[in-house]
Design a protein around this ligand. Structure first.
Ligand code: MRU
Length: 348
Protein backbone atom coordinates (compact mmCIF):
# COMPACT_ATOMS: atom_id res chain seq x y z
CA UNK A 1 0.00 0.00 0.00
CA UNK A 2 1.60 3.31 -1.12
CA UNK A 3 0.30 5.75 1.51
CA UNK A 4 2.71 8.56 0.58
CA UNK A 5 4.77 8.61 -2.60
CA UNK A 6 6.73 11.27 -4.44
CA UNK A 7 6.05 10.92 -8.15
CA UNK A 8 7.30 13.36 -10.80
CA UNK A 9 7.86 16.01 -8.12
CA UNK A 10 4.29 15.66 -6.86
CA UNK A 11 3.31 14.14 -3.54
CA UNK A 12 0.65 11.47 -4.05
CA UNK A 13 -1.33 10.58 -0.92
CA UNK A 14 -4.15 8.15 -0.18
CA UNK A 15 -7.02 10.41 0.87
CA UNK A 16 -7.72 8.86 4.29
CA UNK A 17 -10.91 10.88 4.75
CA UNK A 18 -12.49 8.82 1.96
CA UNK A 19 -11.67 5.36 3.33
CA UNK A 20 -13.03 2.71 3.56
CA UNK A 21 -15.52 3.43 0.75
CA UNK A 22 -13.14 4.95 -1.71
CA UNK A 23 -9.39 4.41 -2.17
CA UNK A 24 -8.82 7.67 -4.03
CA UNK A 25 -5.54 9.56 -4.07
CA UNK A 26 -4.74 13.25 -4.08
CA UNK A 27 -1.78 15.04 -5.61
CA UNK A 28 0.06 17.85 -3.88
CA UNK A 29 2.17 20.04 -6.11
CA UNK A 30 2.97 22.71 -3.50
CA UNK A 31 3.93 22.69 0.17
CA UNK A 32 0.71 24.59 0.96
CA UNK A 33 -1.30 21.73 -0.55
CA UNK A 34 0.64 19.33 1.70
CA UNK A 35 -0.15 21.53 4.71
CA UNK A 36 -3.81 21.54 3.72
CA UNK A 37 -3.83 17.73 3.43
CA UNK A 38 -2.37 17.49 6.96
CA UNK A 39 -4.84 19.99 8.49
CA UNK A 40 -7.79 18.22 6.86
CA UNK A 41 -6.47 14.79 7.84
CA UNK A 42 -6.23 13.43 4.32
CA UNK A 43 -2.91 12.24 5.70
CA UNK A 44 -2.83 11.59 9.45
CA UNK A 45 -1.04 9.55 12.11
CA UNK A 46 2.10 10.96 13.75
CA UNK A 47 4.85 9.31 11.63
CA UNK A 48 2.90 9.78 8.37
CA UNK A 49 2.43 13.50 8.92
CA UNK A 50 6.16 13.79 9.70
CA UNK A 51 6.97 12.17 6.35
CA UNK A 52 4.38 14.25 4.46
CA UNK A 53 5.82 17.43 5.99
CA UNK A 54 9.37 16.39 5.03
CA UNK A 55 8.19 16.04 1.43
CA UNK A 56 6.45 19.39 1.88
CA UNK A 57 9.86 20.98 2.52
CA UNK A 58 11.19 19.30 -0.61
CA UNK A 59 8.26 20.69 -2.65
CA UNK A 60 8.92 24.15 -1.18
CA UNK A 61 12.58 23.86 -2.21
CA UNK A 62 11.51 22.98 -5.77
CA UNK A 63 8.98 25.83 -5.81
CA UNK A 64 11.62 28.41 -4.83
CA UNK A 65 14.61 26.97 -6.69
CA UNK A 66 14.84 29.88 -9.13
CA UNK A 67 15.08 32.55 -6.44
CA UNK A 68 18.47 33.81 -5.33
CA UNK A 69 20.12 31.81 -2.52
CA UNK A 70 19.12 34.20 0.26
CA UNK A 71 15.48 34.38 -0.81
CA UNK A 72 15.42 30.61 -1.34
CA UNK A 73 16.60 29.99 2.25
CA UNK A 74 14.19 32.58 3.71
CA UNK A 75 11.26 31.01 1.82
CA UNK A 76 12.22 27.55 3.02
CA UNK A 77 12.16 28.69 6.64
CA UNK A 78 8.74 30.27 6.06
CA UNK A 79 7.47 27.02 4.56
CA UNK A 80 8.86 25.12 7.56
CA UNK A 81 6.94 27.33 10.02
CA UNK A 82 3.79 27.00 7.92
CA UNK A 83 4.01 23.19 7.86
CA UNK A 84 4.83 22.95 11.58
CA UNK A 85 1.75 25.01 12.46
CA UNK A 86 -0.65 22.52 10.84
CA UNK A 87 -1.11 20.12 13.77
CA UNK A 88 0.41 20.86 17.17
CA UNK A 89 0.37 17.58 19.13
CA UNK A 90 2.23 14.95 17.09
CA UNK A 91 5.92 15.74 17.57
CA UNK A 92 7.03 13.74 14.50
CA UNK A 93 5.92 16.69 12.38
CA UNK A 94 8.33 19.21 13.89
CA UNK A 95 10.97 16.48 14.35
CA UNK A 96 11.07 15.79 10.59
CA UNK A 97 10.86 19.45 9.53
CA UNK A 98 13.54 20.52 12.05
CA UNK A 99 15.83 17.70 10.93
CA UNK A 100 15.72 19.03 7.35
CA UNK A 101 15.96 22.67 8.34
CA UNK A 102 19.03 22.06 10.51
CA UNK A 103 20.67 20.58 7.43
CA UNK A 104 19.62 23.60 5.38
CA UNK A 105 20.96 25.93 8.05
CA UNK A 106 24.32 24.13 8.22
CA UNK A 107 24.66 24.36 4.43
CA UNK A 108 23.12 27.77 3.82
CA UNK A 109 26.09 28.90 1.70
CA UNK A 110 25.94 25.97 -0.72
CA UNK A 111 24.41 26.31 -4.20
CA UNK A 112 20.61 25.91 -4.34
CA UNK A 113 20.81 22.67 -6.38
CA UNK A 114 23.08 21.11 -3.77
CA UNK A 115 20.71 22.08 -0.93
CA UNK A 116 17.78 20.57 -2.83
CA UNK A 117 19.71 17.33 -3.31
CA UNK A 118 20.53 17.25 0.42
CA UNK A 119 16.84 17.75 1.32
CA UNK A 120 15.86 14.97 -1.06
CA UNK A 121 18.48 12.56 0.34
CA UNK A 122 17.61 13.33 3.94
CA UNK A 123 13.88 12.91 3.24
CA UNK A 124 14.64 9.51 1.74
CA UNK A 125 16.68 8.67 4.87
CA UNK A 126 13.68 9.58 7.05
CA UNK A 127 11.40 7.36 4.94
CA UNK A 128 13.83 4.43 5.05
CA UNK A 129 14.49 4.77 8.81
CA UNK A 130 10.74 4.89 9.41
CA UNK A 131 10.27 1.59 7.57
CA UNK A 132 13.09 -0.10 9.53
CA UNK A 133 11.79 1.34 12.77
CA UNK A 134 8.30 -0.04 12.27
CA UNK A 135 9.67 -3.53 11.68
CA UNK A 136 11.86 -3.36 14.81
CA UNK A 137 8.91 -2.16 16.91
CA UNK A 138 6.79 -5.00 15.52
CA UNK A 139 9.44 -7.63 16.31
CA UNK A 140 10.07 -6.36 19.84
CA UNK A 141 6.36 -5.95 20.53
CA UNK A 142 5.37 -9.39 19.23
CA UNK A 143 7.73 -10.97 21.81
CA UNK A 144 5.62 -9.46 24.59
CA UNK A 145 2.49 -11.18 23.35
CA UNK A 146 1.38 -14.61 24.47
CA UNK A 147 0.46 -17.41 22.01
CA UNK A 148 -3.21 -16.41 22.31
CA UNK A 149 -4.28 -12.79 22.77
CA UNK A 150 -7.38 -10.65 22.49
CA UNK A 151 -5.92 -7.20 21.86
CA UNK A 152 -7.81 -3.95 22.05
CA UNK A 153 -6.58 -1.02 20.00
CA UNK A 154 -7.74 2.57 19.56
CA UNK A 155 -7.57 4.97 16.62
CA UNK A 156 -5.27 3.90 13.77
CA UNK A 157 -1.60 3.18 14.34
CA UNK A 158 -1.25 1.02 11.26
CA UNK A 159 0.31 1.32 7.81
CA UNK A 160 -1.92 4.30 7.01
CA UNK A 161 -0.58 6.16 10.05
CA UNK A 162 3.10 5.50 9.41
CA UNK A 163 3.29 5.01 5.64
CA UNK A 164 5.11 1.77 6.48
CA UNK A 165 4.22 -1.36 8.51
CA UNK A 166 2.48 0.39 11.40
CA UNK A 167 3.36 0.65 15.10
CA UNK A 168 0.57 -0.74 17.33
CA UNK A 169 -0.96 -2.53 14.34
CA UNK A 170 2.55 -3.53 13.25
CA UNK A 171 2.99 -5.44 16.53
CA UNK A 172 -0.37 -7.15 16.00
CA UNK A 173 0.44 -7.95 12.35
CA UNK A 174 3.82 -9.40 13.17
CA UNK A 175 2.49 -11.63 15.96
CA UNK A 176 -0.30 -12.80 13.66
CA UNK A 177 2.15 -13.53 10.83
CA UNK A 178 4.22 -15.55 13.34
CA UNK A 179 1.20 -17.80 13.76
CA UNK A 180 0.01 -16.54 17.14
CA UNK A 181 -3.70 -16.78 17.82
CA UNK A 182 -4.51 -13.06 17.68
CA UNK A 183 -7.94 -11.46 17.80
CA UNK A 184 -8.47 -7.72 17.89
CA UNK A 185 -11.12 -5.42 19.34
CA UNK A 186 -11.15 -2.19 17.35
CA UNK A 187 -12.53 0.92 19.07
CA UNK A 188 -14.44 2.93 16.48
CA UNK A 189 -12.69 6.11 17.77
CA UNK A 190 -15.09 9.00 17.69
CA UNK A 191 -15.26 11.68 16.48
CA UNK A 192 -13.48 10.91 13.19
CA UNK A 193 -13.80 7.10 13.34
CA UNK A 194 -10.18 6.23 12.54
CA UNK A 195 -10.79 2.84 14.21
CA UNK A 196 -13.92 1.96 12.22
CA UNK A 197 -12.83 3.49 8.92
CA UNK A 198 -9.08 2.80 8.90
CA UNK A 199 -7.96 0.18 11.45
CA UNK A 200 -10.91 -2.11 10.74
CA UNK A 201 -10.20 -1.70 7.01
CA UNK A 202 -6.50 -2.53 7.45
CA UNK A 203 -7.22 -5.60 9.60
CA UNK A 204 -9.70 -6.90 7.02
CA UNK A 205 -6.96 -6.50 4.34
CA UNK A 206 -4.48 -8.47 6.50
CA UNK A 207 -7.01 -11.19 7.31
CA UNK A 208 -6.61 -10.62 11.06
CA UNK A 209 -9.79 -11.53 12.99
CA UNK A 210 -11.21 -8.29 14.36
CA UNK A 211 -14.37 -7.09 16.07
CA UNK A 212 -15.44 -3.47 15.77
CA UNK A 213 -16.90 -1.93 18.94
CA UNK A 214 -18.05 1.57 19.86
CA UNK A 215 -15.72 3.38 22.26
CA UNK A 216 -18.09 3.04 25.21
CA UNK A 217 -18.11 -0.78 24.93
CA UNK A 218 -14.42 -1.19 25.83
CA UNK A 219 -14.98 -1.37 29.61
CA UNK A 220 -17.68 -3.98 29.18
CA UNK A 221 -15.39 -6.33 27.26
CA UNK A 222 -12.58 -5.78 29.78
CA UNK A 223 -14.90 -6.54 32.69
CA UNK A 224 -15.86 -9.83 31.01
CA UNK A 225 -12.20 -10.86 30.82
CA UNK A 226 -12.29 -10.73 27.03
CA UNK A 227 -9.36 -8.32 26.56
CA UNK A 228 -5.86 -9.64 27.34
CA UNK A 229 -3.72 -6.68 26.15
CA UNK A 230 -4.16 -3.13 24.92
CA UNK A 231 -1.76 -1.66 22.35
CA UNK A 232 -1.99 1.86 20.99
CA UNK A 233 0.30 4.34 19.25
CA UNK A 234 1.55 7.74 20.39
CA UNK A 235 1.65 11.31 19.17
CA UNK A 236 4.14 12.67 21.71
CA UNK A 237 5.90 11.03 24.64
CA UNK A 238 7.46 13.21 27.35
CA UNK A 239 10.78 12.49 29.14
CA UNK A 240 8.91 10.79 31.98
CA UNK A 241 6.89 8.50 29.65
CA UNK A 242 3.59 10.44 29.83
CA UNK A 243 2.02 9.83 26.42
CA UNK A 244 -0.34 11.86 24.25
CA UNK A 245 -2.44 9.78 21.89
CA UNK A 246 -5.92 9.92 20.35
CA UNK A 247 -8.67 11.14 22.67
CA UNK A 248 -10.02 8.18 24.63
CA UNK A 249 -6.64 6.52 25.17
CA UNK A 250 -6.44 7.76 28.77
CA UNK A 251 -9.84 6.25 29.66
CA UNK A 252 -8.68 2.90 28.25
CA UNK A 253 -5.52 3.03 30.36
CA UNK A 254 -7.56 3.68 33.52
CA UNK A 255 -9.85 0.75 32.67
CA UNK A 256 -6.81 -1.44 31.93
CA UNK A 257 -5.39 -0.70 35.40
CA UNK A 258 -8.73 -1.59 37.04
CA UNK A 259 -8.79 -4.93 35.19
CA UNK A 260 -5.02 -5.69 35.44
CA UNK A 261 -4.64 -5.70 31.64
CA UNK A 262 -1.19 -4.82 30.22
CA UNK A 263 -1.31 -1.42 28.52
CA UNK A 264 1.35 -0.90 25.83
CA UNK A 265 2.32 2.14 23.79
CA UNK A 266 4.11 1.26 20.53
CA UNK A 267 6.05 4.21 19.12
CA UNK A 268 9.31 5.18 17.42
CA UNK A 269 11.82 7.56 19.03
CA UNK A 270 10.70 10.23 16.56
CA UNK A 271 7.54 10.41 18.73
CA UNK A 272 9.54 11.21 21.90
CA UNK A 273 9.96 14.80 22.99
CA UNK A 274 12.85 15.00 25.42
CA UNK A 275 12.56 18.80 25.56
CA UNK A 276 9.59 18.39 27.89
CA UNK A 277 9.59 16.74 31.29
CA UNK A 278 5.95 15.67 31.62
CA UNK A 279 2.74 15.35 29.64
CA UNK A 280 1.44 18.60 31.22
CA UNK A 281 3.56 20.45 28.67
CA UNK A 282 1.97 18.77 25.64
CA UNK A 283 -0.26 21.05 23.57
CA UNK A 284 -3.55 19.32 22.84
CA UNK A 285 -5.04 20.13 19.44
CA UNK A 286 -8.63 21.37 19.59
CA UNK A 287 -10.48 20.65 16.36
CA UNK A 288 -13.63 22.11 14.87
CA UNK A 289 -17.02 21.43 16.47
CA UNK A 290 -18.55 20.00 13.28
CA UNK A 291 -16.44 16.87 13.76
CA UNK A 292 -18.58 16.15 16.83
CA UNK A 293 -21.94 17.47 15.66
CA UNK A 294 -21.81 15.72 12.28
CA UNK A 295 -21.03 12.23 11.06
CA UNK A 296 -19.99 12.55 7.44
CA UNK A 297 -22.57 15.13 6.28
CA UNK A 298 -25.32 14.10 8.66
CA UNK A 299 -26.05 16.51 11.52
CA UNK A 300 -26.53 14.59 14.80
CA UNK A 301 -26.77 17.40 17.38
CA UNK A 302 -28.99 20.46 17.78
CA UNK A 303 -27.83 23.79 16.46
CA UNK A 304 -26.55 26.06 19.25
CA UNK A 305 -25.16 23.29 21.47
CA UNK A 306 -21.73 24.04 22.87
CA UNK A 307 -19.11 21.47 21.80
CA UNK A 308 -15.62 20.48 22.98
CA UNK A 309 -13.33 18.59 20.63
CA UNK A 310 -9.84 17.88 22.00
CA UNK A 311 -8.17 15.53 19.50
CA UNK A 312 -5.81 13.89 22.02
CA UNK A 313 -5.40 13.14 25.72
CA UNK A 314 -2.41 12.34 27.89
CA UNK A 315 -2.00 8.99 29.60
CA UNK A 316 0.15 9.36 32.72
CA UNK A 317 3.23 7.11 32.87
CA UNK A 318 1.93 5.21 35.94
CA UNK A 319 -0.76 3.59 33.75
CA UNK A 320 1.66 2.36 31.06
CA UNK A 321 3.09 -1.18 31.25
CA UNK A 322 5.80 -0.60 28.62
CA UNK A 323 6.78 1.67 25.77
CA UNK A 324 7.56 -0.56 22.78
CA UNK A 325 10.24 1.18 20.70
CA UNK A 326 12.67 0.27 17.93
CA UNK A 327 15.27 -0.26 20.68
CA UNK A 328 13.04 -2.70 22.54
CA UNK A 329 10.50 -2.36 25.31
CA UNK A 330 11.13 0.27 27.96
CA UNK A 331 9.63 -0.35 31.39
CA UNK A 332 8.97 1.88 34.40
CA UNK A 333 10.49 3.88 35.97
CA UNK A 334 10.41 5.62 32.59
CA UNK A 335 12.23 8.82 33.56
CA UNK A 336 15.25 6.74 34.68
CA UNK A 337 15.05 4.13 31.92
CA UNK A 338 14.62 6.71 29.15
CA UNK A 339 17.67 8.67 30.28
CA UNK A 340 20.20 6.81 28.08
CA UNK A 341 17.98 7.16 24.99
CA UNK A 342 18.05 10.95 25.19
CA UNK A 343 21.62 10.86 23.96
CA UNK A 344 20.96 8.36 21.14
CA UNK A 345 18.15 10.61 19.90
CA UNK A 346 20.33 13.71 20.05
CA UNK A 347 23.19 12.14 18.13
CA UNK A 348 21.08 10.59 15.42
O1 MRU B 1 -5.70 12.53 14.67
P1 MRU B 1 -4.92 11.39 14.11
O2 MRU B 1 -5.72 10.42 13.32
O3 MRU B 1 -3.68 11.87 13.37
O4 MRU B 1 -4.40 10.62 15.40
C1 MRU B 1 -3.57 9.50 15.26
C2 MRU B 1 -3.24 8.84 16.53
O5 MRU B 1 -3.61 9.26 17.60
C3 MRU B 1 -2.31 7.67 16.43
O6 MRU B 1 -2.58 6.74 17.44
C4 MRU B 1 -0.87 8.16 16.58
O7 MRU B 1 -0.62 9.21 15.70
C5 MRU B 1 0.10 7.07 16.34
S1 MRU B 1 0.18 6.59 14.66
C6 MRU B 1 1.41 5.42 14.53
Amino acid sequence: MEVIKLYNNKLVLIDQTKLPNDMSKIECKTYKQVADAIVNMKVRGAPAIGIAAAYGILLAALEYKDKGLEEFIANLFQAASYLKATRPTAVNLSWAVDRLMELVDQNRNCPVEKIIRMIQDETENIVKENKDTDISIAQHGAKLLKEKENILTHCNAGALATAAYGTAIGVIRYAFEQGKDIKVFVDETRPLLQGARLTAWELVQYGIPATLITDNMAGYFMSKGLVTSIIVGADRIASNGDTANKIGTYSLAVLAKEHSIPFYIAAPFSSFDFSIETGDEIIIEERKSQEVTQVENCIIAPEGISVANPAFDVTPNRLITALITEHGPIYPPFDKNLEKFKLINKNR
